[in-house]
Design a protein around this ligand. Sequence first.
Ligand SMILES: Nc1ncnc2c1ncn2[C@@H]1O[C@H](COP(=O)(O)OP(=O)(O)O)[C@@H](O)[C@H]1O
Ligand SMILES: [Mg+2]
Length: 591
Amino acid sequence: MTTPSSTPSPKVSFWSVFGPQLRLYRWQILLAMVMVGISGTAQGLQNIYPKWLFTYVLEPKELTTEQRLINLLMLIGSFLLVTMIMRMAMWHLGYRIFTRVRERIVLHLRAQFFSKVNHLCLRFHGEHPSGELFSYLFGSPLGNMVNFVQHCSMFIPASIMTLVMTLGMFLLWDWQVALVLIVGSLACVWMMDVSRRKQHVIWKDFQQVEGNVSGHVADLLRGSKAVKLYSMERTVADEFNQQATTIGKKSYERDVKAHFEWMKQEGLGYLTFSALMAICTYSYLTGRIDLGTVTACLTSYAGLTWPLQTLFQAMTMYASAAASAERLGTVLITASTTPDPVGPELPVPAQGTLALTGVAFAYGTETILQDITVSIPYGQKVAVVGPSGGGKSTLIQLLLRLYDPATGTVTLDGTDLRHLRGAELRRRFGVVPQDPFIFRTSIRENLKVARPDADDAALRRACEQANAWEFISQMPAGLDTPVGEGGSTLSGGQRQRLAIARVLLAEPPFLIFDEATSALDTLSERLIQEAIERNLGNRTAIFIAHRLATVKNVDRILVVQQGRIIQDGSYADLAATPGLFKQLVEGQQLL
Ligand SMILES: Nc1ncnc2c1ncn2[C@@H]1O[C@H](COP(=O)(O)OP(=O)(O)O)[C@@H](O)[C@H]1O
Ligand SMILES: [Mg+2]
C-alpha cells in the first residue's frame, strides 16, 4: 500500500519565504536604505579628513597663524557635521525603521508558521516532534533569516557607498594605487563567494542536528514524570549530556570552520595592505603623490576593508539564512494529507448516517485497516470491541478525518469527508479519548474549549452530568482552579471526567468515547457510564469499550480484530453466536 507522506522535498529558496514580506514593507525599507546609504557616504568622507588636514592646515607655508586656525576650525566644524549628522543621526533613523519592520516580519512569519503547523494533518505531526517545531519558531531558523535581512539592509547600502566613495577617491589620487586596491577587493569578493557555499552546507548540517536535538530534549522534559517513576534520572541525564555534547560539538565545528573562512579573508586583507604600503612608497619617491595623499591612502584603506568585511559577513549570514529558509519554507509549503476541499464548500451535515465503504488504511507501510464496510444510522449507539492494537482508535480517526483512507470512502449523510473541511467536520463530534489533553489553564477554560460562550450554569450542568462537579466544587478555587501541565495536578479519573464534561457541554450530534472510562475504578466507571447514557438523547454515540457493562446497553456491537470488522450485531445475537465476541464474554475479557 502506498502511503502519502506529509513531507515534500521541493526547493524552497530564501526569497520565496522572505520576498513577499519584503515587498510588503518596501517603502519603509527603501527609505531606511537611503538613510544608511547617506551614513555610508559620510564614512567614506570621514577618511579623507587626514588628507585635508595636511593640505589645508599643516602643509601650506604661506598661511598666517590666524588663517591656519580658521581653516582648522572650519575643517573640524564640517567633520562634526559629517560624523554627527550624516553618519550617526542617519544611521540611527535607518536603524529604527529597520528594527520596526524586522519585528513586524518576525511576528508575521511566526503567526504564519504557527497557523500552518496548527492546520497540518496528524501525519505531519507524527513526523515532526513538537520540540523541533518549537525550535523553528523561537530557535535559530527564524532568527538567522531576520538577522540576515537586517544586516543586509543596514550595512550593505552603507558599505557600497563607502566602497564607491573610497575607490573613487583613490582613482582621483593615483590610478596605480587604485589598481592594487581593486585587484585586492575583487580577490576578496571571489573568496567570499567560495566561503559562502561552504558555510551554507555547514549551516544546513547544523540546523538538522539542532532540530533533532530540540525534539529529543523536549521529549525528555515532557516525560519528567515517567523519568521519576522509573528512576531514570541517571540515564536521562546521560542521554541529555549526549545530546548537549552533540550540539556542542556541532556548534564548535561550525564556528571553527566559519572562523577559518574569516581568517582567509583577513589574511588577504593584510596582503593587500602590504602591497598598498609598497605602491605608496614607490609613488611618493617618484613624486607622483605627496605625503598627505600617502596618509589618506593608508587611513582610507579602512574605508575599503570595512565594507568588504561587511559583505563577507552578509555572505556568511546568507548561508545560515538560506539553510533556515529551506527548513521553515518546507513546512510552510507542506501540503496536508487531509486537505481542505477546493471550490465551493459543502456544508457539514448536522446529522446523518456515518458510513465507511471498502476502506483500507496504513500509517506507514503496514496495513492497519482493510475491507471496512459499515454504516451507522443516525442515533444508533454502537460499541466497538476487540483486542488492543486491532485498529479501533484508527477507525475513529478516519471518521474524524484526522486521516483520509488509502482506498474506499468515509461518508457523513452521503457526503465524502474529503469534500468537507476537517475542522468544520470535527465540530460536529465530541470525542473523549483515552488520554484526554488538559491544557495548562483553569478548569473553566479547559471546559470552555468546546464551547467558548458557555455560562456557569451550563458548565455546572455538564460537570454534574459527567460526575465531575463534586471534585471541582471541592477544589480551592472551584472552576477557576488552575491545573498543571497536561492536567498533572488531577487524577486520571478526574481528567477523564473533565474531558467528558467538556464534550457534553458542546452538545454535539456525534459522540465518541475511546476507552474514555477505562482509567476509572469499576464503581466510578459505572456511575459515569450511566450518566453518559442518560445524556445521550437521540445522538449517535460510539463507545470503544472493554467492559461488559458498557456493551450490554448499546444497539449494536462491532468486533474489530487485526484491522477488520469480524462481527457485527446486537449483544444478544453475538453472545449466542460462536466467535470472538462469545469468547471474550465467556473468558471474562469483557468484564
Ligand atoms: N500514529 C500512528 N503511527 C503509526 N502507527 C500507529 C499509529 N497509531 C496507531 N498505530 C498502530 O496501528 C495499530 C492499531 O492501533 P489502534 O487503532 O490504536 O488500535 P486499538 O485502538 O484497537 O488498540 C497498532 O498496531 C498501532 O501500533
Ligand atoms: Mg485505542
